[in-house]
Write a protein that binds this ligand. Structure first.
Ligand SMILES: Cc1cc2nc3c(=O)[nH]c(=O)nc-3n(C[C@H](O)[C@H](O)[C@H](O)COP(=O)(O)O)c2cc1C
Length: 342
């Protein structure tokens, strides 16, 4: 059975990628997940200087009992480029021996900052760079260090091209662009970025839902610190969670797969191995998982067993050959529509 998949020219031993989040902020975290069987691990998104993130509470379950709806409200809390350089360098040998690729995730307020971090990460041993141009928890309300972080860079195709071109011309490893979904479903965006910047893959968060929960004991809403700060500063809010929204991720992946030949690596609501198979069937090359890890840090093992059982049951030899096989049954845009409300 072949679990390996290709993302452009890069081969992964399996399609499971540890998505960027707080568990991959340190050498210890990276080491732990490299040992857990992932095809690749992505570092916490890192900036030039350390960022202290949003106010508490940060890693915020809207439903702590069921652990389905998690807000990624850390706002890129990270130890800074030099600290992450040392973490990547420290785990490089282990990653090689486990055949696990290291993806350095970065964000910057300027294209120059991003180029600089990319260069340092590759010097440390990163096999791939992922540019975080999506984080919605960041924003000017957190201070000047946050003015142009995250989704700022994928709001327009011009900014995305500027950012990706810069990093692509600085390093020779593959560059993945993690863009906001509302941009990714626009043909003008993808066409321009594909043509002028040529990222090696797009990653995106396919399913996000606006949400509100009330603590019935107090009658007050429960919000992460990031949203509380917005309320204090009288900034309009739309609290979001990554929830069991896989169906939305699948639809958007099927849609985007029709707009571009660039490899796709979605995340958003993947909770079991079959979810990854589904994503591959609608055109993903691989998939990222995050919330599933906060629920069970052995999730990779469970996912891989599910995938193997599926392949055995269906007598499938190569996972990579399943890519896009379901698209023939789904209408293509404009008959298939995708609307984003945020
Ligand atoms: C607590 C938390 C922190 C996150 N931090 C980052 C980050 O630093 N960089 C990034 O690109 N994505 C970040 N994400 C987004 C995840 O990488 C992933 O794309 C998203 O959670 C959707 O996947 P999921 O449904 O499996 O959780 C974060 C998510 C969470 C919940």
């Amino acid at each position: 059975m072949e679990l390996n998949v290709g993302i452009g020219n890069v081969q992964l031993k399996n399609p499971l990628i540890l998505a960027s989040a707080s568990y991959s902020v340190s050498e210890r975290g990276l080491e732990k997940y490299i040992r857990k069987g992932f095809g690749a691990v992505i570092t916490k998104t890192t900036t030039i200087k350390p960022l202290k993130g949003s106010p508490l509470p940060r890693i915020f379950w809207y439903d702590p009992d069921r652990k389905l709806m998690l807000s990624g409200a850390e706002a890129v809390r990270n130890p800074g480029m030099e600290r992450m350089y040392r973490s990547i360098a420290a785990v490089k040998k282990l990653a090689e021996s486990e055949n696990c690729l290291i993806v350095g995730s970065l964000a910057g307020n300027t294209a120059e900052e991003m180029n600089h971090i990319a260069k340092r990460f590759v010097e440390a041993g990163a096999d791939i760079i992922e540019m975080n141009m999506v984080c919605s928890a960041t924003g000017p309300h957190l201070g000047p260090d946050y003015e142009r972080l995250g989704s700022y860079w994928s709001q327009t195709p011009e900014r995305a091209v500027e950012a990706i071109q810069g990093v692509k011309s600085t390093v020779s490893v593959p560059v993945w662009a993690k863009c906001s979904l509302s941009s990714m479903i626009k043909e003008e965006f993808i066409n321009k970025v594909d043509k002028e910047a040529r990222p090696d893959a797009y990653s995106f968060i396919g399913g996000k839902i606006p949400c509100l929960v009330i603590d019935v004991e107090t009658g007050k809403p429960k919000f992460p610190g990031n949203v509380l700060l917005q309320i204090k500063k009288k900034i309009p809010i739309c609290p979001m969670s990554h929830g069991p929204v896989k169906a939305s991720t699948i639809l958007h992946t099927a849609y985007i797969a029709r707009l571009t030949d660039t490899p796709l690596i979605p995340s958003g609501g993947f909770y079991k191995g079959e979810d990854i198979v589904e994503a591959i069937m609608v055109g993903s090359s691989a998939a990222q998982i995050c919330t599933a890890i906060y629920r069970n840090n052995n999730a990779a093992n469970v996912f891989l067993k599910d995938i193997e059982a599926f392949m055995q049951r269906r007598n499938i030899e190569s996972l990579g050959k399943l890519r896009g096989t379901s698209l023939q049954y789904i209408p293509a845009p404009p008959l298939l529509k995708a609307h984003i409300f945020s």
